[in-house]
Design a protein around this ligand. Structure first.
Ligand code: CUA
Length: 312
C-alpha cells in the first residue's frame, strides 16, 4: 500500500531512506484510515440518532467500560509502535559507519562551503564518491542554518560554535539539491548547493585537481576567495543589482555615498569595505554585510583586490 503514496516523497537515493519513508507512509496511512473511519462514524451517528420529534429525549448514559478501554488501548499501541520505529530509525541515522568518508561543511550567510581531507574546497558543491558512507561535520560561521537534502532524507541544524553531523550514502552517480531549511535572513531561499556524486575513481581525480586555498596567482586566489565566501551572492559579477553593488567594473568606479560624498573605488576603499562594511555605504543600498575582520588576513584581502581589478 505504501508504494501507492510515493508521489508524496522525492526519489530516495540513500539506503537509510527506506526506513524513514516506511515510517512516513505508516503514519500517513494510519491517519488516513482513522480520518475515514471517524468521518463515516460521525455521519452515520448524526443520521441515526437525529432528533425525530419535539419530545425526543436523549437517555442519560454515564459510562461504557468496553468503549473507554478500546479507545485508550488502540491509540496507545499505535503511539508505542510509532515511537519505537522512530527511535530505532533515529539511532540508526546517528550511528555513522566506521568507513565513512568525512567532509567538513561550513554554512554562512548565504552559501555552503565544503572542505576535503587534502585541504581542497568547493563552494556550493559537495562532491562525494558513490557507494561509500559520507559523514558531514558541520558548523555555522554566523547564524542558525539547516542542511537539508530531501533525496537522502537528511536534515540537520548547522549551528555557530558547535559541530553537528549527518551521514548518508549516495548509491548512484548523479546530482541532488541541497537546501538551507532554517530561515537565516534576506537570501535564505538562495542558500542552495548541489551534491555531485562521482564514481570512486572519478572522485579521486576530481579531488586531485580541486582548488586548494592559497595556491595559484593572487588573481586566482582572489577569485577562489570570492567564491568560497559567496561574495557573489550579494555582489553580482555581471552588473545586475543584488543586495550590494555589483563587482563588474568596480575598480576605479566613482561611487556616490549615502552621505552625499563621492569616492573612487581603490585599494583602501575595498579593504575598508571588507573589514568595516558599514563605514561607507553606496547610495541606494542598505548596510547588510558582516565584517570579515578575523576571517580574511592581509594577503587574502590583497588577493581579492587583485581579482576585483580584473572584473571589467
Ligand atoms: Cu541559511 Cu537559511
Amino acid at each position: 500500500m505504501g508504494r501507492l503514496f510515493d508521489f508524496m516523497l522525492p526519489e530516495a537515493k540513500s539506503p537509510t531512506a527506506d526506513s524513514t519513508d516506511a515510517l512516513f507512509h505508516f503514519i500517513n496511512e494510519v491517519s488516513l484510515v482513522l480520518l475515514l473511519g471517524i468521518t463515516i462514524a460521525i455521519i452515520y451517528f448524526a443520521v441515526k440518532y437525529r432528533r425525530r420529534s419535539k419530545d425526543d429525549k436523549t437517555p442519560v448514559i454515564t459510562h461504557n467500560n468496553a468503549l473507554e478501554v478500546t479507545w485508550s488501548v488502540i491509540p496507545l499501541m499505535l503511539t508505542l509502535v510509532i515511537f519505537w520505529w522512530g527511535y530505532t530509525g533515529w539511532l540508526n541515522l546517528r550511528a555513522v559507519p566506521d568507513d565513512a568518508y568525512e567532509v567538513k561543511v561550513t554554512g554562512f550567510k548565504w552559501a555552503w562551503n565544503f572542505e576535503y581531507e587534502n585541504g581542497a574546497v568547493s563552494p556550493n558543491e559537495l562532491h562525494v564518491p558513490a557507494g561509500r558512507p559520507i559523514k558531514l561535520v558541520m558548523i555555522s560561521r554566523d547564524v542558525l542554518h539547516s542542511f537539508y537534502v530531501p533525496e537522502y532524507r537528511v536534515k540537520h541544524d548547522v549551528i555557530p560554535n558547535r559541530y553537528t553531523y549527518v551521514w548518508f550514502e549516495a548509491e548512484e552517480p548523479g546530482e541532488s539539491q541541497v537546501y538551507c531549511t532554517e530561515y537565516c535572513g534576506t537570501s535564505h531561499s538562495m542558500m542552495l548547493a548541489k551534491v555531485i556524486v562521482h564514481e570512486p575513481e572519478e572522485f579521486n581525480t576530481w579531488l586531485a585537481t580541486a582548488n586548494i586555498p592559497g595556491s595559484g596567482t593572487p588573481v586566482e586566489q582572489g577569485k577562489a576567495l570570492v567564491e568560497t565566501n559567496a561574495c557573489q551572492s550579494c555582489h553580482s559579477l555581471d552588473g545586475s543589482d543584488l543586495i550590494g553593488p555589483s563587482f563588474k567594473g568596480i575598480w576605479g568606479r566613482e561611487e556616490l555615498m549615502s552621505d552625499g560624498t563621492t569616492i573612487t573605488v581603490d585599494e583602501n576603499y575595498i579593504r575598508e569595505s571588507i573589514l568595516n562594511p558599514g563605514a561607507k555605504i553606496v547610495d541606494g543600498y542598505q548596510n547588510q554585510m558582516a565584517s570579515y575582520q578575523g576571517l580574511l588576513d592581509d594577503d587574502q584581502i590583497d588577493a581579492i583586490i587583485e581579482y576585483l581589478k580584473t572584473l571589467e
